[in-house]
Design a protein around this ligand. Structure first.
Ligand code: SME
Length: 163
């Protein structure tokens, strides 16, 4: 069984480096997208403090559809360009929202969410797999270290599921 350790870290970067290693170990060798997405969500949700949602929206060719996640039930479908998720998908750029109440395009799934980070998941051929979305009940929970860390985690995920 995979053991989730919770050591203390000297820095946020070190914490993410540890999570990246854990993600590699957890996903490597398993080609199934849903299995890996489910385990990845659980790893991050339980591996980082102050999160209330962590999961995937997968692109079905038309819009984003909720995939494996941890947290409360969420909005099922999000059009490209709508919400923070749809913006990340259409712009193909990570969206870091420090305070969702000030974001004109944010979609509330869980009223507890105060800040959010969404990373687009783009295959090597440029096509969109979906987005990785993490919410926090704390305003200003995410910073540039989280952006870099989440992008590094997503790179591990994409390496395994779309080699
Ligand atoms: N807040 C997101 C919707 C998804 S939930 O946070 C799980 C958005 O604005 O796209």
């Amino acid at each position: 069984m995979f053991e989730l350790e919770t050591p203390t870290f000297a820095s946020k970067q070190e914490h993410y480096e540890h999570l990246v290693q854990q993600a590699r170990g957890l996903l490597q060798g398993e080609p199934d997208l849903i299995a890996n997405a489910a385990n990845f969500s659980a790893l991050v949700y339980h591996g980082l403090p102050q999160l209330n949602w962590a999961g995937f929206y997968l692109f079905d060719g038309t819009e984003l559809v909720v995939g494996p996640f941890q947290g409360k039930p969420a909005c099922i479908r999000i059009a490209l360009g709508r919400g923070v998720c749809g913006t990340a998908a259409s712009e193909r750029q990570t969206q870091l929202v420090r305070d969702v109440s000030t974001h004109p395009n944010h979609i509330y799934c869980d009223s507890a969410s105060q800040s959010e980070i969404v990373v687009p998941l783009v295959r090597r051929d440029g096509s969109l797999l979906g987005v990785w979305d993490v919410d926090s009940p704390v305003t200003d929970r995410f910073d540039e270290d989280d952006r870099a860390g989440m992008e590094a985690l997503c790179a591990v995920f994409m390496d395994v599921v779309t080699p």
